[in-house]
Design a protein around this ligand. Sequence first.
Ligand SMILES: [Zn+2]
Length: 228
Amino acid sequence: MSDFDVQKKQIVDTAQALVRKGYLMATGGNISLRIPNRNAFAITPSNYDYFKMTPDDVCILDFEMKKTEGHLKPSVESAMHGAIYQARPDVNAIVHTHQAYVSALTLIKMPIPALFDEQARFLGRSVDIIPYAPSGTGMLKNTVAKHVKNHNNAFMMQNHGALVFGHDMERAVHNVEILEKCALAYLLAICSEKKISKIPLAIREIAFAKLRGDQKKIEQGERVTSGE
Ligand SMILES: [Zn+2]
């Protein structure tokens, strides 16, 4: 038994749901949840089959990367997750995947501009490319920590995959799905070689202002609903 059984179970359930939906493959990717008021987070173990994973396999780390619970090695990207929680007080759940269409865009280094209303409302003004750094390095952690300060909730890591945030796990999973839909639509549009239309700038800014409004409430400890 652990004080964090609820968070650990939510991580395992989410990971398995994301494998079933095709966003996580093999042992790739990692998922974490902030532990409220503890300067700590729960994260998936490194290189471990999601369908063998049980809540006991999930690690608890503090922001100094000290493991306080878990018998397995934590994800190699743990320091990146810790840096994001410290840089973004509005973020309580992080999902990193190697989902296919986002991965394709990371190879051609094409950021996704504001194409759809719900994209701007939940993912932010654009989905930017975070420049390449090798997995599990301090260089990647530092590069990511710098980029996430623009308050967007989805990023593409060059030659790697997707990085998606939510104020809770449900929102983070919805954002993973919105991102993949945007990536696929954008790739198909690019392939047409026609001019790609974006949503009007004013609409993008209104949608982003709503997202920032939610984030500020969460930073102040208020609850927000995932709707609209
Ligand atoms: Zn990865």
